[in-house]
Design a protein around this ligand. Structure first.
Ligand SMILES: [Zn+2]
Length: 201
């Protein structure tokens, strides 16, 4: 009888352990924060749980939030922005849509040159800023802005406008159908368009 009771107790103990384990696992599964990765072998966008993360050597991280300016000027497109673009590009290609970055990272010098040129073209700095921002305001010299298909078929940019939020890329301005920035986490909702770039600061 004593043996039987002990057996029952340990059985209950096991059962309780199993329930607790199951519950904590369920909580973990429900509450995990996803990480967004571009899987290089399959060229596909993959959502992985945070405790796995993007797999080193296989994935490129797309970042988990809006991507903002760093502390140092880069010399190329932000790697997570590029991973977002590559994910979107692969998905678009699968639907027969071509997509290319016609202008991404620009040096401060190039951005200033483009701004000065725009002032000549549009007569005033205020008018020029609607189309080209000076280097201290533009996100191109931070590697955080992509001009997509500007010199190519517009359908690639239209596709990205419709589907970019999945990959964390948003069209920003009403007057620039080609200009995209990583304003949100992948899978988020893009903010409403601003009329033009002169609205920035
Ligand atoms: Zn742009």
């Amino acid at each position: 009888m004593a043996v039987l009771l002990m057996g029952a107790a340990s059985l209950f103990g096991l059962a309780a352990d199993a329930v607790m384990h199951k519950e904590s696992k369920m909580v973990q599964e429900i509450n995990f924060s996803p990480v967004y990765c571009f899987n290089k072998p399959t060229q596909k966008f993959i959502i992985r749980p945070e405790f796995i993360g993007c797999v080193i050597g296989e994935d490129e991280s797309m970042g988990e939030s809006e991507i903002v300016e760093g502390t140092q000027r880069p010399n190329e497109i932000h790697p997570q922005v590029l991973a977002r673009f590559h994910s979107a590009q692969a998905a678009a290609n699968a639907e027969g849509i071509e997509m290319s970055i016609d202008s991404g990272f620009r040096t401060v010098e190039t951005q200033n040159y483009l701004f000065q040129r725009a002032i000549k073209e549009h007569k005033t700095a205020e008018e020029a800023k609607k189309w080209v921002l000076p280097s201290d305001l533009s996100r191109h010299p931070w590697g955080l802005a992509l001009d997509v298909n500007l010199h190519h078929d517009k359908s690639g940019a239209s596709w990205l406008e419709a589907n970019g939020a999945t990959f964390g890329l948003c069209r920003v301005y009403e007057n620039e159908w080609w200009h995209f920035e990583p304003l949100i986490a992948p899978g988020g909702i893009c903010p409403a368009l601003k009329p033009d770039a002169s609205q920035v600061k």
